[in-house]
Design a protein around this ligand. Structure first.
Ligand code: PAF
Length: 278
């Protein structure tokens, strides 16, 4: 399996092929079925597939969150190998990607970066775009795959790619869920068994809102009722927003595509989820 740790080795491998054939799946490792679905899709659609595994320090606003982020390179390599041993993996060290020091660049992200996750985690999306930009510069991918669990991230990346005329198609892929509905996330493995099983209630209430709520106040009431029953869960936000602008909507009209976004913490682990609204 081609496993690269340096940009020099990546460039040497990248130079050996041209054409419209390279798909990349950027990840921070600790791969789960959601990542593997992205990799499998990239594999179906692209002749050459690269998976990047890098826990990007500049997108973490809290040092302890960065320190406890799960790392499992050997297992990740083994899971990718099962899809296809020819998939390229790039797993650099921090000083390879940030030789100039651990700082993010400042990008104008049109306010998509200052709401929801951006409001709670200042600078997060500048860190994401900084690393995505570095990876795209190195690999020059034709297609890049991102999961809709991080829907805000997906929209920030789409907006940046359009604005900067990045010639990589940004492909959003559906959320993959655990049996109880909890959106797959590398952070789930930081939860106790009990909390992980209980956290399925988040998707249940999102689904209930999407299927049955006909007004913003009905959504608010369903969310409040569900979270009131969960004394060990802290709700950070539950917002109905326009899918494109990520600005809050004032009513559930049919004129725009809307999504309900939720962020909550359980046992100090931040969980996010979202669902399309009618
Ligand atoms: O979604 C993630 O895992 C990360 O934010 C990404 C896109 C790999 C950038 O570090």
């Amino acid at each position: 399996m081609p496993l690269y740790h340096t940009l020099k080795a990546l460039h040497a491998a990248r130079e050996t092929y041209t054409g419209n054939a390279l798909g990349v799946v950027p990840t921070m490792g600790a791969l789960h079925k959601g990542h593997l679905a992205l990799i499998a899709q990239a594999h179906r659609e692209s002749e050459h597939v690269w998976v990047t595994i890098f826990v990007n320090p500049t997108q973490f606003d809290k040092q302890d969150d960065l320190e406890k982020y799960p790392v499992s390179l050997q297992d990740d390599v083994a899971s990718i190998y099962e899809i296809d041993p020819n998939i390229n993996i790039f797993a650099p060290a921090a000083n390879e990607m940030y030789p100039e020091g651990l700082t993010a660049q400042n990008y104008p992200l049109d306010g998509l970066d200052t709401v929801m996750e951006g409001a709670d985690r200042p600078g997060h999306f500048n860190g994401v775009i900084t690393i995505v930009s570095k990876l795209f510069n190195a690999l020059k991918p034709n297609r890049a795959y991102f999961g809709e669990k991080d829907f805000q991230q997906l929209q920030v990346i789409r907006n940046w790619a359009k604005k900067y005329r990045i010639e990589t198609a940004i492909i959003g892929c559906p959320i993959v869920r655990e049996a109880n509905g909890l959106a797959m996330s590398s952070r789930n493995e930081l939860l106790s068994k009990e909390a992980r099983s209980n956290a399925g209630f988040i998707y249940q209430v999102l689904s209930d809102c999407a299927a049955n709520a006909t007004s913003l106040s009905a959504i608010e009431s369903k969310i409040n009722t569900a979270f009131a029953k969960q004394p060990n869960v802290t709700l950070h936000y539950a917002l109905c927003v326009n899918e494109k602008t990520l600005q809050e909507v004032s009513e559930l009209d049919n004129k725009q595509n809307k999504r309900l976004f939720v962020a909550a913490s359980v046992e100090g682990v931040r969980l996010i989820d979202n669902i399309a609204l009618k």
